[in-house]
Design a protein around this ligand. Sequence first.
Ligand code: ADP
Ligand code: MG
Length: 677
Amino acid sequence: MLADPLTALPGVGPKRAEQLATLGLETIGDLLFYFPFRYDDLQVKDLAEAADQEKITLKGVIVAPPIVTRVGARKTRLNVKLQVDHAVVLVTFFNQPWLKDKFEEGMAAAVYGKWDAKRHTMTGMKVLATQTEAAPSLAGIYPTNKHVRQSTLVELVQTAYAQASAEIGNVVPQALRQRFRLLSDAQIVHGMHFPDSLQEAQAARRSAIFREFFLFECQIQSLRADNQQAANGLAIPYDNQALRALIQTLPFALTGAQKQVVNEICADLRAPRHMNRLLQGDVGSGKTVVAAIAMYAAVTARYQAALMVPTEVLAEQHFAKLTKLFAEFPVKLALLTGSTTAKARRPILDGLRSGEIDLVIGTHALIQTAVDYANLGLVVIDEQHRFGVNQRRILQEKGLKPDLLAMTATPIPRTLAITAYGEMDVSSITELPAGRQPITTTWVRKNQLRSAMTRVQQELSAGHQVFAITPLIAESEKIDLQNAAQLFTDLSQAFPQWHVALLHGQMKSDDKEAIMRAFSANEVQLLVSTTVVEVGVDVPNATVMMIYDADRFGLAQLHQLRGRVGRGQAAAYCILIADPKNDTGVERMETMVATTDGFKLAEKDLELRGSGDIFGDKQSGLPAFKVGDPVADFATLTAAQQSAAALFKADPTLNAAEYAPLRAYLARMQRQVGRLD
Ligand code: ADP
Ligand code: MG
């Protein structure tokens, strides 16, 4: 059975199964749909044409008994003499003595290896076939990791195929396969793993890409279908008058873009279906006030609202801001974080349970099991990419079926929105409030640091604060930490009259919070940090963002960092310090200097980094695809999206018998999501 665990295959025990799971492989079906990303050409070549050190296939007859010799204590050498046409070629396999059993004098064999043209010998790499089997002409190369070897995968795929290929059904409905001239699943599996030609592999890949996108889009459609059902959602009949009154007390007029997204959200709140909306807007575009209006709407309908943020500092900031905003309004607020004392906690928990508290702001403490809500109607999640799917779901399950508004300041190119947050409706704030101080961005090389230091000195003397960011990349954490410590020492010496502090990812979260708090309170003027400064923190008095080794950051990250300044009245500066090692590094720096539009940067980022790096990057929150590339294969993605949408429109529950395999697939995926973290 395709759904059987891999342990059902001979040779796979619990330990091996665990190793395979690190590649996301759990069932026989997973393995059959785990495809090579390229192929080695095993076509037999005329020896006279083979270049030195070229990898080639030899086919011939074994003309002497194979011999294993020991070389030193641990090494072995297996010599096989192969007659190819009229020449005899010596093929040597190093340290694989067990291969000896595969060869016998007089037998035909095909081997793959590295050709030594001068000596007329080969270093063997693979035994492709002996006597009975036919030699393949292409060998698939699979993505592997340190737990699973290439040869293991090759063997297991063969075993799985022999055992289960007859059971491969078709998840893509026949009408679609006909319309887009797609291969059946069985043909895809065969063509991807064991192609006879590159053409066959390519045809299989084309169909595999559609299949992958189509299944993804079907998952999205089925989530959407659930959301559409009135039984799964809440109608929140908010008080329009009260909302207007709140908007009138704001110290500024809403921008056109803010008004529009408020309208979109309010329409969702009122409708009985479940709201699952993503609010994206550049740093500083004013998402918080939009969230506040939405939460107030829920409160006027006698529902509770919760605002979940990734850090305590941010929670405190939001709490202070919203307390001020709602000062004249009948809204009872509370702040609940990990450091809320047990004593302060009790009345908050009681208030949430009784419904006395209307609006609660906090960190993931909001989703702990002890927290019950009387009537939770709306959940807002700030910086949504910082939370896992599961945390989001637990919070939703706390209340009745609260509407969900997720906010992100990491814009993604509009064209990709359908794939990235496909199950969500997307609202975008596309303009910044008028009168914003533009942030002047400059790029200096390391030997031009003096000009940067002059700017820092000026701003510190004017009473402002400064960020100095240095990258922390996992592979070289130790060196990076040393760099950060060194930078801290250097800057402490360069600016002795100011308080300089160091913040890095290895610190305990209490310590991190304490330092961020000190910076917010202007007890620290210059903050050296390796972490991407706690997302969303608002320190309007900070006017300089210095980024060391800026070419090691992606554009989206640089833009986020830059957004930490320019939040007050004073002019702000972003200084990129970098000696880029390649052209894209240079282009990234130039792009940062040239534009401050987050959407444009996101598009450029995609162009420079390629979608592979962005999709699959945990920070991005975008799904990772195995065969398809959402950018290169965008036309296929769109076709798959439209096909899935049309299918669900015609048959929302996929009741027809021909959809049974698709239905089963979707049910299985849903169970998998339920198992996350
Ligand atoms: P972000 O979208 O990054 O979360 P915030 O909500 O923190 O942005 O808003 C940034 C700043 O802009 C806040 O100080 C906020 O009060 C202010 N602001 C929001 N909307 C407007 C507006 N329409 N006009 C002027 N200032 C605004
Ligand atoms: Mg914000």
